[in-house]
Design a protein around this ligand. Structure first.
Ligand code: HEC
Length: 504
């Protein structure tokens, strides 16, 4: 009886919507923004009130997904039991208790009772919902959008998904100077998916990869038009223009290649922290090993280019020094004659700049240690002076030989040539993590569910990286690094410190 009532109710909802200008999928798309981000697609915050004091929640803290989960399935973990609000749950009467709460039996929800639950906090049974469920202030338009999304929650397949295929996308450099790198990444992704397909795919779906050249205008938008479920290993540049469609649709992006990320919320997962975090790591390491308290007496130096990455590097070093009550680093290359040299220099920028810096130190006869990102430890750095540079190497050396073998064997199996190893490993790791997450997400996977599953992944062994762990507040899979030197002959990496976990 109750079930029939819901079907009828939802049918009426459909009828109402035909009169409005927007189609149901369009309304649901906008409702999803309210549900996931607590913000309308027009940029207005969702507002709810919590508890007897009616404390105002606004924007992302008010997002339904924050408590009910991005898939709406709720959770029974922790102190508060949050119910499943997917249509399958709301559309059926509930007989039994939920967790420790034994008075949660209720009839099925219909449109009116559902709206009442959200705005007045009254269950379909007439019971007052617990204080943990906010009471929402919804305008007419927001109501329609939110209900349209709730109706489809976890049901309508997301783009890129069919019973037989799952389409993934990557935005890669496929022309110009970096074309060779883009092709290497593409080949690794294709080969990794081919291995999965050879074993029957994921829940009988074949993995397909579509790529766009990052140089093409609207590359990301074009990819989305072609219908991709998630992005993998791209985009390699964080241009804000290409980001907008991704953020609006909350498309899962797994392990973008060259942009190392931060822990911002959203559907983007990174392998390693932003490069600037390496400056923090160096300061942490120096502070920990600074028995003589040299750092308290003499500031560190930062040498960097005048660009965004350089600024971020200097900023991170400064923040970390101040947090440790050390003097703020100086931005200088004016080598003191007679003055005391700095205890260490943190360098970021092009390899040529690093070489200049080393030459200057040499000509002043200074023995100052220099720290720099391992991305600069390329073949051209393999010269005598580079011995004084300690490179920050996020993968760490332990197990690195084995990881190298895993990648080589994989490339060998697919007739691929060894290339830029860091990128190839990155692409391989991205494919592995994604495949594992898709397996765990089950056959009814949605984008929101994929994000939810990724958030729960702990210590994933990709074979080619340290274990990868994500979390609700953790979007960077590997946190920490090891300091390494480049051997003058042969350019092999040698440990210059143990593994250093990045403290928060
Ligand atoms: C701060 C956490 C929180 C947020 C945010 C939140 N909820 Fe809830 N919600 C809960 C809890 C806890 C309950 C269970 C209350 C009870 O049964 O007493 C609940 C119950 C519900 C119920 C009743 C389910 C049932 O089976 O009776 C619905 C429907 C619901 N929420 C929808 C929403 C929607 C839609 C949003 C966003 C507009 C939202 N909630 C945001 C915590 C939250």
């Amino acid at each position: 009886m109750a079930l029939a009532a819901l079907v009828l109710d939802l049918g009426m909802l459909g009828a109402c919507r035909k009169e409005t200008a927007s189609s149901a999928p369009e309304l649901a798309r906008r409702g999803r923004s309210l549900f996931l981000r607590g913000e309308s697609t027009r940029g207005e915050p969702l507002v709810g009130r919590l508890g007897p004091e009616r404390i105002e929640l606004s924007g992302h803290v008010a997002a339904c997904a924050r408590c009910h989960g991005s898939s709406g399935r709720g959770s029974l973990e922790g102190g508060v039991e949050v119910p499943d609000i997917r249509p399958g749950a709301l559309g059926h009467p509930r007989m039994n208790a939920v967790g420790a709460v034994d008075d949660r039996a209720r009839p099925a929800y219909g449109r009116a009772t559902l709206l009442r639950a959200i705005t007045e906090g009254v269950s379909a049974s007439g019971r007052k919902l617990g204080v943990a469920m906010p009471r929402y202030e919804l305008g007419e338009v927001e109501r329609e959008e939110l209900l349209a999304y709730l109706e489809r929650l976890g049901e309508a397949p997301d783009p890129g998904l069919s019973p037989t295929t799952l389409t993934l996308g990557a935005v890669l450099p496929l022309s110009g100077e970096r074309e060779a790198l883009g092709r290497e990444v593409e080949a690794v992704l294709r080969a990794a998916f081919a291995e999965v397909n050879a074993e029957g795919g994921i829940f009988r779906r074949r993995l397909e990869l579509v790529v766009e050249d990052e140089a093409a205008p609207e590359a990301t938008a074009r990819l989305l038009e072609r219908g991709v479920f998630a992005l993998v290993g791209g985009p390699s540049t964080a241009s804000s223009a290409s980001d907008t469609p991704l953020r609006r649709e909350d498309i899962p992006v797994l392990l973008p290649l060259t942009t190392h990320g931060g822990d911002e919320e959203g559907s983007r997962f990174y392998l390693y922290p932003e490069e600037s975090q390496q400056a923090r790591l160096v300061v942490q390491h120096l502070a920990r090993t600074d028995e003589e308290n040299v750092l308290r007496r003499r500031p560190l130096w930062v040498v960097r280019p005048e660009d965004e990455a350089g600024l971020a590097w200097a900023w991170a070093a400064r923040e970390e020094a101040l947090r440790r009550e050390l003097p703020a680093p100086l931005e200088s290359t004016a080598f003191p004659d007679g003055n005391e040299p700095p205890p260490a220099i943190l360098y970021t920028g092009p390899t040529s700049g690093l070489k200049d810096l080393l030459r200057q130190l040499e000509s002043h006869g200074l023995e100052v240690p220099v720290f720099a990102p391992a991305s600069l430890a390329g073949p051209s750095m393999v010269a005598g002076a580079s011995q004084r540079v300690r490179f920050v190497y996020p993968p760490g050396l332990e197990g690195d030989e084995e990881r190298h073998r895993v990648l080589s064997a994989f490339l060998g199996r697919h007739g691929l040539r060894p290339g830029n190893e860091a990128l190839q490993r990155h692409a391989y790791a991205a494919a592995r993590v994604l495949v594992e997450a898709l397996r765990r997400a089950g056959t009814d996977v949605t984008r929101a569910e994929l994000v939810h599953v990724l958030e729960s992944m702990r210590d994933i062994d990709t074979g080619v990286t340290p274990p990868v762990t994500f979390g609700v507040d953790r979007r960077v899979g590997v946190r920490g690094a090891q300091l390494v030197r480049v051997e003058p002959e042969g350019g092999r990496l040698q440990a210059a410190s143990p593994w250093i976990p990045l403290s928060p």
